[in-house]
Design a protein around this ligand. Sequence first.
Ligand SMILES: NC(=O)c1ncn([C@@H]2O[C@H](COP(=O)(O)O)[C@@H](O)[C@H]2O)c1NC=O
Length: 637
Amino acid sequence: MPLQLLTSPPAASGSGRASASYFLFWYSHSRCHHRAQGVSHTLSLSRSSSSQCIYFIFATSDDRILLGPVFCRRLLSFCPASRGGCAQWRPIRPEPWSRAPSPRRPAPLSGGKQALISLSDKSDLAFLGKGLQDLGYTIVSTGGTASALEKAGVSVVKVEEVTKFPEMLDGRVKTLHPSIHGGILARRDHNHHMEALEKHGISTFDIVVVNLYPFYEKVTSTGGVSFEDGIENIDIGGPTMIRAAAKNHKDVLVVVDHKDYPELLQFLQGKQDGEQFRRKLAWKAFQHVAAYDSAVSEWLWRQSAGGEKFPPALTVPLTRISTLRYGENPHQKASVYADDSLSVVNAGGIATAIQHHGKEMSYNNYLDADAAWNCVSEFRSPTCVVVKHTNPCGVASRADILEAYRLAVRADPVSAFGGIVAFNTEVDEDLAREIREFRSPTDGETRMFYEIVVAPGYTEKGLEVLRGKSKTLRILEAKKVEKGMLSLRQVGGGWLAQESDDLVPEEIDFKVVSEKQPQEGELRDAEFAWLCVKHVKSNAIVIAKNNCMLGMGSGQPNRLESLRIAFRKAGQEAQGAALASDAFFPFAWKDAVEEACESGIGVIAEPGGSIRDQDAIDCCNKYGVSLLFTNVRHFRH
Ligand SMILES: NC(=O)c1ncn([C@@H]2O[C@H](COP(=O)(O)O)[C@@H](O)[C@H]2O)c1NC=O
């Protein structure tokens, strides 16, 4: 309620204390009444039952008129008209009344150290509160935090007692007040800053501990939230305090993560290096707010962009998962980050896989495991995929996953050695034993060695058996990547963004364009080969039969070369098999299509779209081979 002064204070006469006048007011429900006038310093106080505050006013020897609300323990200074500040009431320090501790506000220790705590996530709050209290800090807190601290037996001053304002607008305004932000932002080494605090009766804060409304959790919760709820969960006061404290980190320690509480207390006990610690906390604080704002803006974009996936500007919040031993090569330093974007978090993928066992993941391990996991996740029936250098070199689907595993390895046992093995089924004891014992089909003796096994889950026994295979074998448990993700990739000076290539077989129309109609089995083989070829680097050719990859050619600068490699690997088994190409054949006669037909392929699946499509059709007709156009290309560069 605004203070209304109904009686003008007397013009300051400079006559000193002896001639000073005093006025007595009481303040009741926004009405202030002149009660008395005199010439004494004696403070006459009057209280009525309806009063909220009692004020007194008197002139001082330095020509100021002072007004003090006893209840509020605040002394205001009035600048008389002669000094150009008529009718301006400002708090001044020291406040004679506030020296006596109020029953609620514990008296600051000699140093008057204060910590401001306002937390949505109250994990470890009691630990922090007690620790700070033991170190002599006065703790100032917002409503819920103050209650939690009091419950834990920690004395606390409520923010309203400092701001002299209630929390208002449903919590939208609690800490947004000069008494809070002045106390955070004032530079202790600037006299005029400290004088300003003194003048306005503001105390400094040495520590600010804040975490924010759980906006992220709210808008990603199952069922989502209404737009209004989303908006209400945007924290305003919290980031403001965090930013202020981080800016003034030289004087204020800012903590946004409960994991930092022990280190903070240690620091306060003098067991930590000063400047670096403060800067690290400030960095973390700004990072925390930046990630928060990025989630808010991403969410708002989705609410306003009508399905447009590519915002004009994009901020991707990333959290480092680990520092890697090195990058692609030992002379390159590297790290791996998890994507905390609203659209990506909980969306599965290899970055957030659980590692149950084995040596730490390397940079190349992540790339290969990602390729293997993405490929195996495509298949509905039990499937095993073996990957080497991001290319699937063995893929097999069988009702019996043990058989699928053996076939996938046999597709290219030389490449499979030292590769990544991925399953889309749980690994149980039997499968784990098979993985552990399986001998290289090349010599029938050497046990197969793998870098990584990745699967959606493991039975307890399966995990135990696999752990016994080798100390180094990395065992990963991953969640399938959701459909509809954006894929980002770096180029010099920028990033490319695209929708993931995540079309499923149901979305593909295998259109027969040849005279020969494929048999049911051939069609299934073509679909299987098509799923595999999507995951092979361009130019990509896959030959498959009976739900098993027989050969693949990848990454060659021309399609014919990839085709030849695939046939060489498939050998005699290519007879009557299906061939899939990730893109159309630019030439057919005396080129890839004719070579495939001459080599005895049964069916070819390709996107079509070449100006020489008719050549490919004519060629297949000549050799009696079925040709399917998918109308969908799967370049993987
Ligand atoms: N509006 C404000 O002035 C304000 N000041 C602090 N907060 C937030 O309030 C939360 C703590 O509230 P409580 O202590 O009442 O549980 C913190 O997450 C903090 O970031 C605010 N809330 C939102 O903006």
